[in-house]
Design a binder for this molecule. Structure first.
Ligand code: NAD
Ligand code: MG
Length: 394
């Protein structure tokens, strides 16, 4: 029986993880579940899965949850804040930690899980984008196991030869081909992008996801973050990761070898597939996802990305090449800009403007310590918030 901590249990990935675990009660039990401030959501999950710990990131929400669970589920201890998140990420009874908090808020607990030598199932790509080298070093130094949940990276993991930590070329790999659906605005006229609404941006053609990653998919910053994520996970240089638009989201990514072979992983677009893969690896278990019906899919299309329509993708490559804290600055500016767009404060087309101007204003430096990354994250957020105030209503 494996104990599982889920950081971000009430989100899209968290809920899918619990669905897969519920299909295999003899293999997995929930040790700890966490949420930001959704007391009702975490309360219901606690009643169903009866974890030893529940954490609310917000103190006031934790007090509310504790009073509701006191009678209904007395075996669950309620903790609060970042300290609570870090505690449940390192529990001896947790074999496996699903890192499914969205954004920079997930960095510290995910790093704590790596330091505690856990099997880390990484959905929280922002953590790796911000602190890639540090994170990979912690994984190596503490004997943690890092398994990608992002469908593309999970596909690449499945298509690569067994891991040995060395560079791609030494493994006979020429390139990684990272697929992207192109999001909801792949065919939208560029002049119309200035007036698209948050609801349109969140209406992804193939995936149902949280709002932040949905907007990232619409700008293609999601693919940009994934390029950086792939560089760290697979010891690749930015130029060894190519983005391929594939509107059907059936081929989840590919690996091209020097002999001309290209290996792909295909599945229905359902996050329970990579989640089940990473939970059980190297075994295989049922995920609950529908079997891929190739006759219903009928055709698979591929095209190159348009960097003028999707400038965020170009900014992410630039940050990946620059290295140091550049990716943390990119990520922070993006988080601020996306939140402002979702709040109706700025136009969709102001998102790339905020990111580009923040990257131009703040020089990246070597990310020698976590404090360098957190300082530049903070400075980038402040700068991006100033820009949001300037671009408001424009
Ligand atoms: P979501 O918004 O649905 O859920 C986010 C979870 O994090 C929730 O449980 C929320 O309570 C928690 N959370 C939010 N802010 C927090 C904070 N400040 N402190 C503590 N907890 C906080 O997001 P999601 O779609 O499940 O995505 C989660 C992560 O997985 C993201 O990094 C995303 O990029 C990645 N991911 C998601 C998908 C997908 O299909 N949804 C696919 C690939 C990767
Ligand atoms: Mg993805």
């Amino acid at each position: 029986m494996k104990g599982v901590t889920i950081l971000g249990a009430t989100g899209s990935i968290g809920v899918s993880t619990l669905e897969v675990m519920a299909r295999h009660p003899e293999r997995y039990r929930a040790v700890a579940l966490t949420a930001h401030r959704d007391v009702e959501g975490l309360y219901r999950q606690c009643l169903q899965f009866r974890p030893a710990y529940a954490v609310m990131a917000e103190e006031a929400a934790a007090a509310q949850l504790a009073s509701r669970l006191k009678v209904a589920c007395p075996e669950t201890r309620v903790l609060a804040g970042t300290a609570g998140l870090e505690e449940v990420a390192t529990l001896p009874e947790a074999d496996c930690v699903m890192a499914a908090i969205v954004g920079a808020a997930g960095l510290l607990p995910t790093l704590a899980a790596a330091r505690a030598g856990k099997r880390v199932l990484l959905a929280n790509k922002e953590a790796l984008v911000m602190a890639g080298r540090l994170f990979m070093d912690e994984v190596r130094d503490h004997g943690a196991e890092l398994l990608p949940i992002d469908s593309e990276h999970n596909a690449i993991f499945q298509c690569l030869p067994p891991r040995d930590g060395c560079a791609l070329a030494a493994r006979g790999v020429r390139r990684i081909l990272l697929t992207s659906s192109g999001g909801p605005f792949l065919r939208r006229r560029v002049e119309e992008l200035a007036t698209v609404t948050p609801e349109e941006a969140c209406a992804h053609p193939n995936w149902a996801m949280g709002r932040k990653i949905s907007v990232d998919s619409a700008t293609m910053m999601n693919k940009g973050l994934e390029v950086i994520e792939a560089c760290w996970l697979f010891a690749a240089a930015p130029d060894e990761v190519a983005v391929v638009i594939h509107p059907q989201s059936v081929v989840h990514s590919m690996v091209e070898y020097v002999d001309g072979s290209v290996l792909a992983q295909l599945a229905s677009p359902d996050m329970r597939v990579p989640i089940a893969h990473a939970l059980a690896w190297p075994e295989r278990i049922e995920s609950g996802a529908e079997t891929l019906d190739l006759f219903a899919v009928a055709r698979l299309d591929f095209e190159p990305p348009d960097l003028e329509r999707f400038p965020c993708l170009a900014y992410a490559y630039e940050a990946a090449r620059r290295g140091g804290t550049a990716a943390a600055i990119l990520n922070a500016a993006n988080e601020v800009a996306v939140a402002a767009f979702l709040a109706g404060e700025i136009a969709f087309t102001a998102i790339p403007r905020v990111i580009a101007a923040t990257l131009d204003a703040l020089p990246a430096r070597t990310a020698a310590a976590l404090s360098d990354i957190l300082d530049d994250d903070r400075a980038a957020r402040e700068h991006a918030r100033d820009l949001v105030r300037r671009y408001k209503g424009s």
